[in-house]
Design a protein around this ligand. Structure first.
Ligand SMILES: C[S@@+](CC[C@H](N)C(=O)[O-])C[C@H]1O[C@@H](n2cnc3c(N)ncnc32)[C@H](O)[C@@H]1O
Length: 220
């Protein structure tokens, strides 16, 4: 028998009540994002706080985010970085990243953020060509289009230093990965991605059923 607590809404509220320390600027960003039709794409405040803890725990100075949306995870990361730290954020949407820019200014972390708007595969290819980029990042958060997760993961491994950490969001895809009737491109890409990482000896691996499922892959 396994001990496994049921995380229903009441338990989520309890966990928030004993742990959440959301800065006002992130609460304001969440409120602003909630007015958008795709607000559900935003990570939860608990997840943002968790990312911030990881950034601090590994002493990250150089971070990369693939999938910024309105900036909740990007700002959580930037605010956790030390003075002089930097996070490069990649997203295809000018409209959504303009909100991230606005709130980065309000949070006082604009100088820690470098936003690159365009298709992430192209932005990553350009980043990898830049002198000194390969092997220079400490932390990568992947949260963009699911069909390209494998490509983002390979780029992340090239850009990370040994001991650097990749965090991947949505790997359990609201449970759809378990349902064979679900054969859409996102679900099948996530199943293939999960199997790929399971067999990847280049990383130390953990998959945690928190939020929509998170993969942690530490580059050896
Ligand atoms: C789930 S949202 C990211 C949520 C964000 N991490 C947060 O904390 O709010 C996914 C983002 O990926 C972006 N995206 C989708 N396809 C992309 C692509 N091919 N290149 C770059 N960004 C892409 C979308 O514009 C969207 O903002």
């Amino acid at each position: 028998m396994r001990i496994q607590v049921t995380v229903d809404e009441a338990m989520q509220d309890y966990v928030a009540s004993i742990s959440l320390r959301e800065p006002d600027v992130l609460r304001d960003l969440r409120k602003k994002t909630s007015e958008l039709p795709l607000a559900l794409m935003q990570i939860s405040p608990e997840q943002g706080q968790f990312l911030a803890l990881l950034v601090k725990a590994i002493g990250a100075r150089r971070a990369l985010e693939i999938g910024v949306f309105t900036g909740y995870s990007l700002l959580s990361t930037a605010m956790a970085l030390p003075a002089g730290g930097r996070v490069v954020g990649l997203d295809i949407s000018e409209e959504w990243t303009s909100i991230a820019r606005e709130f980065a200014g309000r949070a006082g972390v604009a100088e820690k953020i470098e936003l690159r708007v365009g298709d992430a595969r192209q932005s990553l290819a350009a980043l990898m060509r830049e002198n000194g980029s390969a092997g220079s990042f400490d932390f990568v958060f992947i949260d963009a289009d699911k069909e390209n997760y494998a490509a983002y993961y390979e780029a992340a491994l090239e850009l990370l230093r040994p001991g650097g950490l990749i965090v991947v969001d949505n790997v359990l895809w609201h449970g759809a990965v378990l349902d064979e009737a679900q054969q859409d491109s996102e679900t099948t890409a996530l199943r293939a991605f999960n199997a790929k990482v399971r067999d990847d000896k280049r990383v130390v691996l953990s998959v945690v059923p928190f939020a929509d499922g998170l993969t942690f892959a530490l580059k050896r």
